[in-house]
Unconditional design. Structure first.
Length: 457
């Protein structure tokens, strides 16, 4: 009897399974693949597909049973969905697109070329196309673009029995029936109820008497802001309303998790000086890896020329006291790290709404004091160690420079995310390119000015 290896998540088993699938693909043993891939649960299928290349992924996907294939497709990132659609035949692509919900289609359409996206939209029926086009009409970062228009709203004057009957009739198309907004005759949100509440209440009770307060968000509000608020509140879902407070959609917790995962992936990548890949590393072509990194490397290289220019200005000082050159990497490193620490802390506080751009002066004074304390400790250490190894004057220069650099770096690092937020830019963009370049250049200027004052050169 043939034994089929199930993955059940351990990384070693996953790697072994993927290698086994690749061996079968290389030998055109598709019957072996079909049996083994369909023995997995959909979450495991997603992991396997994510680790295959462009051509192999399409072959394996075609061997999946229909129900598993649809579930696995929805579990892929939008970028991988786009890659897979590109490799599949036209009729397969259209069928998958039809099966998706409007909000999932929008995630996918954002990854597709405009011509392909237009052709897919034309393949939808009028109702589905209208729902999807409505979501596409909102700004890229708005929660309206990520909401589901497939919700079950209940009139406040319905009885529990009527509400149960209505919900039962909407089971086939609704995004969820566990969160049920309660609205008035003008579709303005009054509150919410749940399926559990309906099941436990008497048939004759009226919804306005059993509903409870609910959370709402404006349709043009930032998707990341709404998702973080849902996470803080522990809300299963949030009602999305328009300018007149009318219900236009809902966002569920799984939507919020997806939004946060996407946004944090963007932020972490930019903190490291790269653009987000939006797909698993092993599924990303090498040229795409190059494109994701080259822009930031060029920006950092241009910024580095400023540091070189500063060094050239103080070339005479370096020639007179060569020991000064030994400490340049140390000072640049400490300045950059101090600035990034402050920026990371403040950016996180911005995301959690602990601070706002109007708090810029409070943040500045706190970071200036923090930088002073850090600089005092590091400067004292630098003074003692450098003074013992070289001479007291050099130790004093290093100590005072560390104190000054820490104050400047912490202040700049703390304030820049607030300024970025104020001018509608992503605070994460200021992590490496701006802070590192600015702190490197100003740190060296401070260093050599202090050296000239103490040594008289």
């Amino acid at each position: 009897m043939k034994v089929i290896m199930a993955i059940r998540t351990p990384q070693q088993n996953l790697n072994q399974f993927v290698r086994k699938i690749q061996d079968h693909l290389n030998q055109d043993e598709y019957w072996e693949i079909e049996e083994e891939i369909n023995s997995l649960v959909p979450t495991e299928v997603v992991k396997v597909l994510s680790r295959l290349n462009h051509r192999h992924r399409a072959i394996v996907y075609r061997l999946l049973e229909k129900d598993v294939a649809l579930t696995a497709f929805e579990g892929l990132t939008p970028a991988l969905q786009s890659d897979l659609l590109d490799a599949l035949q036209e009729h397969e692509t259209t069928e998958l697109f039809l099966e998706m919900s409007p909000d999932q289609r929008v995630w996918l359409l954002d990854e597709l070329p405009a011509k392909v996206a237009s052709n897919l939209l034309l393949g939808l029926d009028v109702e589905e196309r209208d729902q999807t086009s409505t979501l596409l009409g909102y700004p890229d970062d708005a929660i309206g673009r990520r909401m589901s228009p497939r919700f079950v709203a209940l009139g406040a004057h319905r009885t529990v029995a009527e509400a149960r009957q209505y919900v039962e009739g909407e089971l086939a198309t609704a995004e969820t029936v566990y969160y049920l907004p309660v609205v008035d005759e003008g579709r303005r949100v009054l509150g919410e109820t749940t399926l559990r509440s309906l099941m436990r209440s008497d048939d004759a009770e009226v919804l306005k008497d059993i509903m409870r307060p609910t959370h709402t968000a404006h349709v043009r509000e930032s998707a990341e802001t709404v998702a973080r608020r849902m996470a803080r509140q522990g809300a299963f879902a949030t009602a999305i309303v328009d300018d007149e407070q009318r219900l236009v959609g809902i966002v569920t917790l799984d939507d919020a998790v997806r939004i946060l995962e996407y946004e944090e992936s963007q932020d972490v990548s930019r903190q490291g000086g790269v653009e987000a890949l939006r797909r698993p590393y092993l599924s990303t072509p090498v040229l795409r890896l190059v494109r994701s990194r080259i822009t930031w490397l060029l920006v950092l290289a241009l910024g580095g020329t400023l540091t070189v220019q500063v060094l050239s200005v103080f070339e005479d000082s370096l020639e007179q006291v060569t020991a000064l050159a030994l400490f340049v990497p140390l000072l640049i490193g400490i300045g950059g790290n101090t600035g990034n620490q402050a920026a990371t802390t403040v950016t996180r506080a911005l995301a959690l709404h602990d601070v706002e751009p109007r708090d810029v002066f409070r943040v500045l004074t706190r970071e200036l004091r923090t930088g002073f304390c850090l600089g005092l400790l590091l400067g004292a250490l630098g003074l003692v160690i450098t003074g013992l190894i070289f001479e007291f004057d050099v130790g004093l220069i290093i100590g005072l420079t560390l104190l000054a650099i820490c104050c400047v770096a912490a202040s700049v690092g703390g304030v820049m995310p607030l300024i970025a937020k104020k001018v509608k830019m992503d605070p994460a963009v200021f992590y490496n390119p701006f802070i590192s370049t600015f702190v490197d250049a100003t740190g060296l200027i401070i260093y050599f000015l202090i050296a000239r004052a103490i040594l008289g050169i």
